[in-house]
Design a protein around this ligand. Structure first.
Ligand code: ADP
Ligand code: ZN
Ligand code: ZN
Length: 731
């Protein structure tokens, strides 16, 4: 027989399947990981098909060996791989890599083994072999009466020499046993008080179950108790012997959901996200693969968890852009979820307080189901939102970053023993450094981007490539020493807050800079939850999903920051961001209030935010999109060309553009826009960026995108070219 094998080589441009002979002395199944000869080397690969013919007419080499007992890629995943290759134009090997932890391939991590001690026989008869005076030996036997223990643990309780003598007598048997590496999670060992579902929650669950639609959107305001709904749905699925996947948009949200889920479902939960160590990921993955974990929680890559018999897939905060992987390899989580749900005949639940325009529109058009929860669990209802005009503050002589109102409320919150969260979507100390005399701005040498000043390490940092530079003290251009700093970021906010609130108030900061270590976000969120700090200052990271019962005040600084980005989603994004962060206030027994500071208080968006009028916002936004021909009415495609040599990327862009112009002639009525240009950030990591942006009628998406890929493939000429569909980020 012949095996069709995908070889696991990284830098090959080809998506090729190779034929190998299956030696008669072993059995091979589809999905098996194998070692095959490849040129002069031997390489790992995956068997994706077994046939009795070969297309080539040269002599086939035999497979060297099979690497695991069972196929690592199950049938469902092989079909998913085919789907993803077609849908997202991916190479087979890249898809398979998404499915299997990187370090499992090539056997780079192994199961962790520890010495384990068990009794050699029945307790009483073993005891009779020992002198009654050997108290500690008897104690060890008693300790192992109900089951074995790791040697390292026994060593902390008994003297190693006594343990050893029992081993020598053959009373204790030492063996190797695997220890599972468990990812850290927020742990307060609390058992869940079983809550009674509210009528609203019950109704939502009934609605979800009654739809015959594959996908259901659960639109529930912040604090409406969506997590509890997810848990009920999962419980139901587990009772039928099925399994569940629950996705959250960000690693920083996994500890919280794990804490709640563990309290409810015990230890049968596995976690998959990029914050795990290789060993942890390997162990969690195998627990899922072997069927020991029934629930998988994680960020988007957890959608590939090798669970069998899926009963439900939950995508929490479905509007979040992290569910779309735009490169390497690109995929949209929802489409993968829909495939798996169809395969397993189960539902996908999209949860959000601020659904994406796309999803809500799908619900409106009855393409997906819709269940709504308009009320908070807390009797205090939604927190009151106040919009503060910062221009007015300036007029009245307040030059601080905090409005008088916010200052007052902060002091009040703290003196009442409550907690506050301050959101600012900019990390570092100051957004740029600029010469006051000539206007020179310090930029990254590799990127076309102003550098951010970080006071803590007294450095200028590039937020695109991470490169660090000395701060500007003398202008290299005109030698002036008068340097101005740009807009403030999290670091400076913390400093100013400390001055305002005094040294006794503890302030935590959460952003990319404070969460570089593996457990940092756990430590920060845990400390805040335990009340060890009164204020949490942070970027996007603190916005989503968090449930801190003592937070009564939320402050939003620079709320309009993302409003004027040249991106069709900027309004939607800003609405989501502000509504989500506001939703952190007053979630349990205490009333919450929200203060939003802005220089454009008249913008219509704030009225919708203030009145919690999602539908109003949605209708206005949808209308704008329709009038201006933007998604969901059209599809935006960006072809991004990058090269270290500017001319090369420019020439390649021109070639592709010429071809696209011809394509436009062919599809004249379907094209609504076609333009080539420099990318807004013209250089990142020393690569020059040019782009072609086009918009086409939605119904022709798959047909035209296929042709665009062909054009790109024929005109790449050594450039890196990316085709992005409705890109999340146009920079
Ligand atoms: P959401 O995800 O919708 O923003 P959560 O699921 O975090 O809201 O729930 C908000 C708060 O309400 C949580 O503290 C949760 O424990 C609590 N809660 C949820 N459902 C109930 C219920 N049926 N009875 C009492 N408390 C509940
Ligand atoms: Zn200067
Ligand atoms: Zn840079």
């Amino acid at each position: 027989m012949i095996a069709k094998v995908i070889v696991d080589i990284s830098n090959s441009e080809v998506d090729k399947i190779f034929d190998y002979l299956i030696p008669s002395n072993f059995e091979l199944s589809v999905g098996d990981r194998v070692l095959v000869p490849f040129g002069s080397r031997s390489i790992e690969g995956f068997c994706i098909k077994i046939t009795d013919y070969s297309d080539g007419n040269f002599k086939l080499k035999p497979i060297i060996k099979k690497l695991d007992e069972k196929p690592l890629i199950k049938k469902e995943m092989l079909e998913l791989a085919d789907f993803m290759r077609e849908k997202f134009y991916l190479r087979f090997v890249d898809v398979l890599r998404l499915f299997i932890p990187s370090k499992l391939r090539g056997n780079k991590v192994k199961a962790l083994q520890r010495e384990y001690c068990t009794l050699a026989g029945d307790t009483e008869s073993l005891k009779s072999l020992i002198s009654p005076r050997a108290k500690s030996q008897l104690a060890i036997i008693d300790r192992l009466k109900y089951g074995g223990e790791y040697l390292t643990v026994l060593n902390t309780e008994f003297s190693p020499s006594v343990i050893n003598s029992l081993v020598q007598k053959g009373i204790i048997i030492k063996s190797k046993q695997e220890v599972l590496r468990k990812p850290a999670s927020e742990n307060d060992n609390k058992c869940a008080d079983k809550v009674l579902l509210t009528d609203t929650q019950k109704k939502a669950i009934e609605q979800i179950n009654s739809f015959d639609k594959r996908v259901v959107l659960l639109h529930g305001v912040t604090g409406s108790g969506k997590t509890e709904v997810y848990m009920s749905l999962i419980e139901n699925v587990l009772q039928q012997g099925k399994t569940a996947i629950a996705l959250v948009p960000e690693i920083s949200l996994t500890p919280q959901i794990m804490r709640v889920f563990r309290a409810r479902f015990g230890d049968d939960i596995a976690m998959l996200h990029s914050g795990l160590s290789d060993g942890e990921r390997y162990d969690e993955w195998r627990r899922i693969f072997e069927g020991d974990a029934k629930i998988v929680v994680g960020a988007r890559s957890a959608i590939f968890a090798p669970l069998e018999n899926l009963g439900i897939i939950i995508i929490d905060e479905e509007h979040d852009s992290s569910y779309i992987s735009e490169s390497n390899p690109r995929f949209r989580t929802l489409e993968v979820a829909e495939f798996r749900a169809k395969y397993n005949n189960c539902k996908v639940i999209l949860g959000s307080a601020t659904p994406s325009v796309e999803s809500y529109n799908n619900a409106r058009l009855n393409r997906i189901g819709l269940a709504e929860m308009n009320k908070r669990i807390s009797i205090n209802g939604m927190p009151e939102i106040q919009i503060i005009d910062m221009a007015k503050e300036l007029h009245t002589g307040n030059f601080s970053v905090f409005s008088n109102e916010l200052k007052e409320k902060l002091l009040e919150t703290i003196s009442n023993g409550n907690q506050a969260m301050i959101f600012i979507n900019r990390r570092g100390y100051a957004s740029y450094m600029q010469c006051k005399s000539c206007g020179y701005i310090a930029k990254c040498s590799d990127c076309d981007i102003a550098l951010t000043y970080h006071k803590e390490d007294n450095m200028l940092k590039c937020h695109y490539c991470g490169k660090k530079f000395k701060p500007l003290d003398i202008c290299p251009n005109c030698h002036s020493e008068s340097i101005k700093q740009g807009k403030i970021g999290t670091e400076k906010v913390v400093r100013e807050l400390q001055t305002l609130l005094g040294d006794n108030v503890k302030i935590l900061r959460m952003d990319n800079d404070t969460t570089t270590t593996k457990t940092a976000y756990l430590d920060i969120l845990g400390a805040f939850r335990r009340g060890e700090a009164q204020v949490l200052v942070g970027t996007q990271m603190i916005v989503k999903g968090h449930d801190f019962p003592n937070v009564t005040l939320v402050g939003v600084l620079d709320a309009d920051m993302s409003l004027y980005f040249s991106d069709y989603r900027s309004c939607e994004r800003t609405y989501q961001l502000i509504t989500q962060v506001s939703g952190r206030a007053g979630r349990k027994d205490k009333c919450g209030q929200v203060i939003i500071q802005t220089y454009s208080p008249k913008h219509y968006l704030f009225n919708f935010v203030k009145n919690y009028d999602y539908k109003g916002f949605f209708e206005k936004e949808l209308n704008t999109r329709q009038v201006t021909n933007f998604p969901p009415f059209t599809t935006i495609i960006r072809v991004l060309v990058t090269n270290e040599v500017e001319e090369k990327s420019l020439n390649c862009t021109k070639k592709i553009y010429d071809n696209l112009k011809e394509l436009k002639l062919e599809y004249d009525r379907e094209f609504v826009y076609l333009q080539a240009m420099k990318s807004p950030i013209n250089k990142i990591q020393n690569k020059y960026r040019y782009q072609i942006v086009l918009r086409i009628k939605r119904s022709f998406e798959s047909e035209i995108v296929g042709k665009i890929y062909k054009i790109v493939d024929n005109n790449k000429q050594g450039n890196s070219v990316f085709v992005e569909i409705n890109p999340q980020n146009m920079s």
